[in-house]
Design a protein around this ligand. Structure first.
Ligand SMILES: *Cc1c(COP(=O)(O)O)cnc(C)c1O
Length: 445
């Protein structure tokens, strides 16, 4: 094996030995600080950090909820508003290919989730897209099957959308069944013949636990069950192989790890083998085979565009499109490697501190089994989170008692992780979190 190939295989984020002889006398936190500095120095994707606009005083551990602003996304926003809309007006639908944005943006997302082009379309929100896909999948599978199987602790909107569809079509056509994650396999084995669709979120939004996509998809298929994966906490953070896993359908989010901005449009994936047979209920003109012939009758597009309903949100999509360009400079395995190193490092930072012993890990203990986040239970999680925010460390709180830290590898440094834990220690040691201002509930948590 030549030297270069060996280099490529060396893990980039192995904890470097601290070479100074005096290191034995260093306190463990100083040792961890020097590790952080060394990890940053050897970080092969550190060049991405400068491509974001984040206030210098902020340590942003919430990119899993709302990605920060990429500089080129800001430029794209100005360009689409001032030049394209302002100057070129309606001619921009052709001149700047606004009309193609749902497919061009979908094709930029495709390689991040292991999909060949032509199977991903950017549109609407996850909730709306799930409604479309649930109806499609129920119709594609045999009418004798009516159950949509999901997980009790799935993100609530996913479950709500099944309930809403059930209300319209009746429970003989659509019925929600939920169970715990560890019961999924046995429910599939025992009730598989009644189940039409398995709808799961790949990375759990609270705990960060990852499902084995390949194994569950295969098991579902063995029982004639179609699968919809929600990639809200995977796309842009965890490598996904939709085509290789023979997944049927997926949805994902534009404003989390893809950094597309608040309310950025979501996406739909439908496997090529299914597309010709699929119908969806929100039969708007943009999903028509020829929207500009203005036919009174509906005829769906033959491709993935059949999942469109109304006019695309051009400004938001142009911003998301620019944000996605950042991913052309890195591979998903580089992103994952840094993400794993970050959650592992954070875990160590918290474990080595006596002050933080009341934080109880609510994520899987090993990095293979979790996404790019860590959740800790603490009786005062809400107040701790508010106090952290006042110190410039943005994390989030998830009811009832979870303090959640997200690690977007594209813009965070290891030193910031170290500093954020130091701030958390100060907040707990000084009991600042008991102040009334940190205990008042805000509308969005
Ligand atoms: C963030 C998130 C959503 C958001 O849905 P929208 O309809 O796009 O607001 C849905 N599902 C999961 C699992 C999420 O984490």
């Amino acid at each position: 094996m030549d030297q270069q190939a060996t280099d490529v295989q060396t893990p980039s984020y192995s904890f470097p030995p601290v070479s100074v002889p005096s290191s034995l006398s260093l306190k463990s936190s100083e040792l961890l600080k020097s590790h952080a500095v060394a990890l940053d120095k050897h970080d092969p994707i550190a060049h991405l950090i400068a491509q974001f606009e984040i206030p210098a005083s902020i340590i942003y551990l919430d990119g899993n909820s709302l990605g920060p602003l990429p500089i080129n996304a800001k430029k794209a926003a100005v360009d689409v508003v001032e030049k394209q809309w302002g100057q070129d007006l309606i001619t921009s639908w052709n001149k700047h290919a606004w009309i193609d944005l749902p497919t061009t943006v979908g094709d930029k997302i495709a390689p991040l989730i292991g999909a060949e082009k032509g199977q991903v379309i950017c549109c609407d929100s996850i909730s709306v897209n799930l409604f479309k896909l649930l109806a499609s999948a129920l119709q594609l599978n045999t009418p004798e099957r009516n159950i949509v199987l999901s997980q009790q602790d799935n993100f609530p909107t996913d479950l709500y959308m099944v309930e809403g569809l059930q209300q319209i079509v009746g429970s003989d056509k659509c019925r929600l069944l939920t169970c715990d994650a560890d019961e999924l396999e046995s429910v599939l084995q025992e009730n598989g013949h009644e189940i039409s669709v398995l709808m799961l979120t790949h990375v759990n939004f609270r705990s960060g636990e990852i499902h084995d996509m390949q194994k569950l998809t295969k098991l579902a298929h063995e029982h004639g069950v179609l699968v919809i994966w929600d990639l809200a906490h995977s796309a842009g953070a965890v490598p996904v192989e939709l085509d290789n896993c023979e997944v049927d359908f997926a949805v994902g989010c534009g404003y989390k790890y893809l950094n597309g901005g608040p309310g950025a449009p979501a996406f739909i994936y439908a496997a090529k083998r299914h597309i010709p047979k699929l119908t969806q209920p929100l039969t708007g003109w943009m999903g028509h085979a020829n929207p500009f012939t203005f036919d009174p009758g509906y005829a769906p597009d033959v491709g993935i565009k059949k999942f469109l309903s109304g006019t695309p949100s051009v400004i938001a999509m142009a911003v998301l499109s620019a944000a996605l360009d950042l991913f052309e400079q890195v591979s998903m395995s580089q992103i994952r490697e840094k993400s794993v190193a970050m959650t592992h490092f954070y875990q160590r930072l918290i474990e080595q501190s006596q002050t933080l012993s009341e934080l109880v890990m609510a994520s899987p203990a090993t990095s293979e089994n979790r996404g790019s986040q860590l959740a800790y239970r603490h009786p005062q999680a809400y107040a701790l989170c508010q106090a952290l925010i006042s110190h410039g460390v943005i994390a989030d709180f998830r009811a009832p008692d979870i303090l959640r830290f997200g690690f977007s590898p594209s813009f965070l440094s290891f030193e910031q992780l170290f500093d954020s834990v130091e701030k958390l220690k100060v907040i707990i040691e000084s009991e600042q979190y008991k102040l009334p201002e940190f205990n008042r509930k805000q509308a969005v948590t």
